[in-house]
Ligand binder design. Structure first.
Ligand code: PMV
Length: 351
């Protein structure tokens, strides 16, 4: 490292939404409130080296993901950094090289943008503590990081915290905002939801035919737009109640309703599209069948993609894992599934 070179880094996890953010307006503001939990094992480690001076007008000089240069991500991050110069004036005076590592298996079809933009926003906020006005509290630091992460990728704003988070204003949560996410107080989470698990079953590892940004745009003129906003608000309120009281069945009902609604909205967009694959449907059938036969309250959710997130409680860990190994693994692409669960949030990296 040269005398003028400095390094800062954060590890940030991805998150899985239980009430889905789908549709936006203005500058990355959500059409409806959403609720997610932060994952533990699906993380991005982002290391930024910064140097004084901007030789050309670009800020980001190099970007690597898992050791390889990635032009697509470099361009996206560069335009994000350019758009942040007013918030972070120090970006006018430095150049940055970024090295990132993702723990998600290669070609698992899992979007890393939530984890990556959360880590990047935390890096920017750390630099801002040095070059700009230092945050007066931890709460302010993470809130500002969440705000910046949102501008990079909407759902990333929920990844700057551990546990369960809410993004989007709603009368159900005091202080909830469209501008940033907030953490749900752990006193409002029943112990049954501590150590909750998420088995990510890879139904298909291919590139998605329609991106999330295209999907969000299709909500502008969606015929179900208004009813979706009302439904998301109600689902969020009911889910908060289930999380507080420990009502597992209500939790299962809302989580699956949200997943199917998300994909229903995609199918009924104009043009409509389907991101689920045959194995996604087969997995859904098997999950429901197993639940009916055993009474184990596990459930599925889906991102904007074909892979199943199988959510289950810690007390059912043994039986569910055995069932995955014996019944679901063979349906997964390359017999691959990711053992994940509720995480504690980002951690700063030391060098
Ligand atoms: O953050 P984006 O623009 O990639 O959108 C994410 C949308 C969903 O993953 C489908 C739902 C959510 O709330 O995370």
């Amino acid at each position: 490292m040269s005398a003028t070179e400095r390094v800062v880094g954060w590890e940030s996890p991805s998150n899985i939404a239980l009430v889905k953010y789908w549709g936006k307006h203005g500058n990355q503001l959500p059409m409806n409130p959403s609720l997610s939990f932060t994952l533990k094992n699906s993380v991005v480690r982002l290391k930024a080296r910064y140097f004084p001076g901007n030789s050309d007008s670009s800020i980001l000089q190099e970007f690597t993901l898992n050791g390889s240069q990635n032009q697509k991500f470099l361009n996206r991050i560069e335009s994000f950094l350019q758009s942040q110069k007013l918030r972070y004036p120090f970006l006018n005076t430095i150049s940055i090289d970024i090295e990132s590592q993702s723990t998600f298996p290669h070609s698992a079809g899992i979007a890393s943008s939530a984890a990556a933009f959360s880590a990047l926003a935390l890096v920017l906020e750390t630099l801002n503590d040095t070059f700009g006005k230092k945050s007066s509290s931890q709460q302010e630091f993470f809130r500002k990081a969440s705000y910046s992460a949102r501008l990079g990728s909407g759902s990333a704003c929920r990844s700057v915290y551990g546990g369960y988070t809410v993004w989007g204003s709603t009368p159900a949560v005091t202080n909830a905002s469209d501008d940033y996410a907030i953490q749900i107080d752990s006193n409002d989470i029943h112990p049954v939801f501590d150590n909750i698990h998420d088995a990510i079953l890879i139904a298909d590892a291919g590139e998605k035919a329609v991106s999330s940004s295209q999907g969000h745009n299709l909500m502008q003129n969606h015929p179900y737009r208004n009813s979706r906003i009302i439904q998301a608000g109600k689902n969020l309120e009911t889910l908060l109640y289930a999380l507080k009281t420990g009502e597992e069945q209500l939790f299962v009902e809302i989580v699956e309703n949200e997943a199917l609604t998300l994909h229903g909205l995609m199918m009924t967009s104009n043009p409509g599209y389907v991101l689920m694959k045959p194995n996604t449907l087969l997995m859904i059938e098997k999950i429901r069948e197993f639940r009916l036969q055993t009474g184990v309250n596990m459930c599925f959710t889906l991102d904007a993609g074909p892979n199943i997130h199988l959510i289950y409680f810690d007390k059912d860990k043994r039986i569910v894992r055995e069932w995955i190994e014996n019944n679901m693994k063979s349906l997964c692409c390359n017999e691959s599934w990711i053992d994940d669960g509720l995480g504690e949030g980002p951690i700063p990296l030391t060098f």
